[in-house]
Ligand binder design. Structure first.
Ligand code: NPG
Length: 376
């Protein structure tokens, strides 16, 4: 990681809960969403403010965190520790200060990102540069939810391909897997295609999942439960489609373990899942050292979190397109003044200091459910 370190003193932290309507319902194996509620964290310092986004969902269906538990842990344990850290705080120290609090990676990641943004804005340094970016635009993939029918799915995929998305990820679950994948492959030919099961299968489904081998997928993501590494090792030997892990990878160390055991040959990197962007870089580094490709996962982020994801996806090990879609894939109105747009299947890496995007305060005010200032 490049760069000068600016120390800063945090004077206040704000937790803002917002609700954003989705352009269309998004269905995964764990449920359907028609709006996204999430938590934004703003830190105030004498030199600059910084923004972080907490990707926890309203209900604990992807992982055990939810918006309420994240707000509680931030309010009761994380923010007080950071405020007590005094004048000489730097973003790389945040994870160490928060480390005594077990778990809650999404809450920690949001706070670390807000500190990092403030620090980099004060230093005039873009997040992408700080993290080690090597490119000024990243390939954009799109995640396509489970639909009521195959014709409806084909219409949706057709629309995304027409917009220029360079890779399609289909959400799958038992009963919605081989047939939709076959239909998409037959209709659209040689496109970049992958599937995401969000832990919906068991090792007993191996023979069924091997039927996906016929469709030359880039990968199958998280077929088995997150704590079933041995199951993934066994499955990886039984199917030809490369196994990619998402939920199972909670740190750079767990990435190293999964790779060493042969549980995956590709890693989805999500900063929220591993406790922050700095740990996400270490996951990237471990994978790169092992010759394992990575890509940047998405959690329906607003333009603020999306900016950080796009910066991360510009690192050299991100050789597969990520869930780094344009803002309008999910939201008619984004919370930043310059939403992310698709240009020849890519999105541009922000070049301004910190996140490199500015919150649109009028839009934010419209979407805000509550604002809490800490310390009270
Ligand atoms: O493009 O932001 C995006 C969403 C991509 O499918 C996507 N995310 O399991 O990876 C996932 C899924 C997800 C979304 C998980 C929201 C949890 C919350």
């Amino acid at each position: 990681m490049a760069g000068r370190e600016h120390t800063l003193k945090i004077t206040a932290v704000e937790l803002r809960r917002i609700r954003m309507p989705l352009v269309a319902p998004f269905r995964t194996s764990f449920g359907s969403q028609s709006e996204r509620e999430l938590l934004l964290v703003r830190v105030a310092t004498p030199d600059a403010e910084g923004w972080g986004e907490c990707v926890a969902m309203e209900e604990p269906l992807y992982s055990y965190e939810d918006i309420e538990t994240a707000a509680h842990v931030l309010r009761a344990y994380l923010v007080p520790r950071l405020l007590a850290a005094g004048e000489r705080l730097t973003a790389p120290a945040v994870a160490r200060i928060l480390e005594p609090v077990k778990g809650h990676p999404m809450a920690k990641a949001a706070l670390e990102l807000a500190v990092l943004d403030a620090e980099l804005r004060a230093a005039g340094l873009p997040l992408a540069t700080y993290l080690g970016a090597v490119t000024d635009r990243v390939a954009a993939g799109v995640s396509v939810g489970i639909m009521d029918s195959v014709p409806q799915l084909l219409d949706a995929v057709d629309g995304y391909l027409a917009q220029g998305y360079v890779r399609i990820k289909l959400k799958i679950e038992p009963g919605w897997d081989v047939e939709p994948v076959r239909a998409v492959r037959e209709r659209f030919g040689d496109i970049g295609l992958q599937v995401d099961a969000n832990t919906a299968y068991t090792l007993g489904d191996a023979r069924h999942l091997a039927r996906l081998d016929a469709f030359d997928l880039l990968l199958i993501e998280q077929p088995l439960p997150e704590d079933d590494l041995r199951g993934h090792v066994a499955l990886a030997r039984l199917i030809r489609t490369p196994v990619c892990l998402d939920e199972s990878i909670t740190s750079a160390r767990s990435a190293a373990d999964a790779i060493a055991l042969g549980a995956c040959s590709i890693v989805n990197v999500k900063a929220g899942r591993v406790g922050g962007y700095l740990e996400a870089v270490r996951v990237h580094d471990v994978a790169q050292a092992n010759g394992v490709p990575v890509w940047c996962g998405g959690m329906l982020e607003t333009g603020l979190g999306r900016a950080a994801n796009v910066a991360l996806a510009a690192l050299p090990g991100f050789t597969l397109p990520g869930d780094t879609s344009a803002s309008d894939r999910y939201y008619r109105q984004d919370v930043v003044t310059a939403p992310f747009v698709l240009e020849q299947g890519h999105v541009r890496v922000p070049t301004g200091p910190g996140l490199g995007v500015e919150p649109d305060h009028a839009v934010l005010a419209d979407l805000t459910l509550s604002v809490e200032s800490l310390p009270v």
